[in-house]
Design a protein around this ligand. Structure first.
Ligand SMILES: Cc1cc2nc3c(=O)[nH]c(=O)nc-3n(C[C@H](O)[C@H](O)[C@H](O)COP(=O)(O)O)c2cc1C
Length: 143
């Protein structure tokens, strides 16, 4: 019944992106993500990216290939890639926020491995997802 994958990674922009370059990237990403039913968020701070994606495993794999093929960034470090228990950003085909360095650092240092569900606690979301959701719901956002 669990047919969802989630991917979280950080990377470095090849060149500092202008606002219009970021916009073009987002249009391209959102179009493809919509097509594949992939949702998530992209955070950017001064040349650093953090991205979280979720969707059907085959869809996430296709989108990840596009992401890895992009020359607009390099040095992808996977924080998490595996089965997910639930979709957390269902209405965002790619939410975007210019984000403070502190949150980028916290996200990259967070634990992304999902805690095993216990008899008393059904939740199996990782600390990383919890931090990201808290930032997304309560932190400031641009778009
Ligand atoms: C940080 C970053 C995030 C991206 N996110 C997505 C995405 O969510 N979905 C997608 O289909 N492509 C994504 N892409 C790929 C872009 O939409 C686009 O295909 C790519 O940047 C074009 O790069 P190129 O000119 O080097 O081919 C992403 C690329 C970068 C650099």
């Amino acid at each position: 019944m669990n047919h969802l994958s989630a991917l979280a990674y950080v990377s470095s922009a090849t060149n500092l992106l202008s606002e219009s370059e970021l916009e073009a990237l987002l249009v391209s990403a959102r179009t493809a993500n919509h097509q594949h039913g992939v949702t998530g968020v992209l955070l950017y701070d001064n040349g650093s990216f953090f991205q979280y994606l979720e969707g059907a495993p085959s869809a996430v794999a296709i989108v990840y290939e596009r992401i890895k093929a992009s020359r607009q960034h390099h040095g992808i470090i996977e924080l998490d890639y595996g089965l997910a228990d639930a979709r957390h950003f269902g209405s965002w085909h790619m939410g975007f926020s210019v984000s403070p360095r502190s949150i980028m650092l916290s996200l990259s240092q967070s634990a992304w491995t999902r805690a095993a569900a216990t008899a008393t606690e059904a939740s199996s979301s990782s600390a990383g997802v919890a931090l990201l959701l808290d930032f997304w719901m309560n932190g400031s956002r641009d778009a």
